[in-house]
Design a protein around this ligand. Structure first.
Ligand code: PLP
Length: 390
């Protein structure tokens, strides 16, 4: 009997999503900022320590709202890694700013905090650290540079819900933070996101930007007798149907994270012998970070042909994928952004990185199959035996 494919992702559902969505329909509360959105916001504030959490239609929307609130304007430069998703950079370009791409650390693949200061100019306004794979950046150094040069810190924590840095929640560390609930993230609602606000001075402005530039929130609280256009804004809100779905997931967030952590640890243990063979390197997590097991990636040795490697995995019914094309080499990155010098780590990592299947529920049998396929693809015959437990 042929075994089914090991998919790269398998979205997890709790079974309660439909009940909460039915409730939203019964109550006909379907547009944004309704009761389920409120519950999700309060949960996020409690878990991350953020002053306020605004539910958005995506992390992309949250990042765009963040650059709007941070006052990014034409001519402003914003420091970010090149090894990230397009949304980080688009949020800056849409405000007329210039993304300045800085290299990443070879261990965590996060923005190299030691290179930030050298990339600053008189035009730098903000830093956007991205917590790749849900492993937080070295935030104390980044926040220190921001303090010294009066810069805004916008965390792209799209992958990092549930991760902590020195005991503090990712997304709650900078002035603003964006979380994603896209189907591919740990906790999801199809399309969704949140903007975490840690700077209390931005709250009033954020309520207005969130609701198409109006004081609709104040109107519903009875603070004004009609609502009107106050400032620049857009429709950043999350539909209540999505918020209802998301609430079921947030209620089970710890369980989902445990399942993913288990899968991550299984890979990490099973791949130790392959790392010893020096054919690949496993992910590195600094001791002051707790990560949410968003993804499991390996870096192939320099002489491994990645395309052939992925083809071999596919032939063994294992769906593995590479990741970002560095933004500084992409057509829009060249047009709208600028690299701060050469980015050798980014260039190398982007060529050698492979993401393995990881989802809540992936078990020993899946891991065995993936690791066997990996060994074959690396030309290592037979998989080294896992050490006995005792
Ligand atoms: C997923 C992701 C985004 C975009 O999230 P959406 O909710 O799909 O808009 C942005 N940045 C990073 C680093 C991501 O992983």
């Amino acid at each position: 009997m042929t075994e089914p494919r090991v998919p790269f992702n398998r979205a997890y559902t709790t079974g309660f999503e439909i009940d909460y969505m039915s409730e939203a329909i019964r109550e006909t509360r379907l547009s944004g900022n309704g009761p389920f959105s409120e519950r999700c916001s309060r949960w996020l504030e409690q878990r991350t320590g953020a002053r306020r959490a605004f539910m958005t239609h995506s992390a992309t929307g949250a990042l765009e709202m963040a650059t709007l609130l941070a006052g990014i304007s034409p001519g402003d430069e914003v420091i970010m890694p090149s090894f990230t998703f397009t949304s980080t950079a688009n949020a800056v370009v849409l405000r007329g700013g210039t993304p300045v791409f800085v290299d990443i650390r070879p261990d965590t693949l996060n923005l190299d905090e030691q290179l930030v200061e050298d990339a600053l100019t008189a035009h730098t306004r903000a830093i956007m650290p991205v917590h790749y794979a849900g492993v937080p950046c070295a935030m104390d150094t980044i926040l220190g540079v921001a303090r010294d040069y009066d810069l805004v810190v916008i965390e792209d924590a799209a992958q990092a819900l549930g991760s902590t840095y020195r005991g503090r929640a990712a997304g709650g560390l900078g002035d603003l933070g964006a979380i994603s609930f896209h189907e591919t993230k740990n906790v999801m609602c199809g399309e969704g996101g949140a903007l975490l606000l840690n700077d209390g001075r931005l709250v009033e402005r954020a309520e207005i930007a969130h609701e198409k530039g109006t004081d609709r929130r104040r109107f519903f609280r009875g603070e004004v007798d009609k609502y009107t256009w106050i400032d620049v804004g857009s429709s950043f809100v999350l539909s209540e149907l999505n918020a209802a779905f998301l609430w079921a997931q947030l209620e089970h967030a710890d369980e989902i994270q445990q399942l993913r952590r288990r899968a991550w640890e299984l890979y990490h243990e099973a791949l130790a012998p392959l790392e010893e063979s020096e054919r690949l390197r496993r992910p590195v997590v600094p001791s002051d970070c707790e990560h949410n097991a968003h993804l499991y990636h390996v870096l192939l040795a320099g002489d491994v042909d990645r395309a052939a490697f992925l083809t071999t995995l596919a032939l063994h019914d294992v769906d593995a994928v590479f990741h970002y094309i560095p933004l500084h080499t992409s057509p829009a990155g060249v047009r709208f952004g600028r690299a701060a010098g050469s980015l050798p780590v980014t260039d190398t990592v982007a060529r050698r990185l492979v993401r393995l299947p990881l989802w809540a529920g992936l078990d020993e049998h899946h891991v065995d199959r993936v690791v066997d396929a990996l060994s074959t693809a690396l030309g290592l015959t037979g998989r080294p035996q896992r050490a006995p437990l005792l």
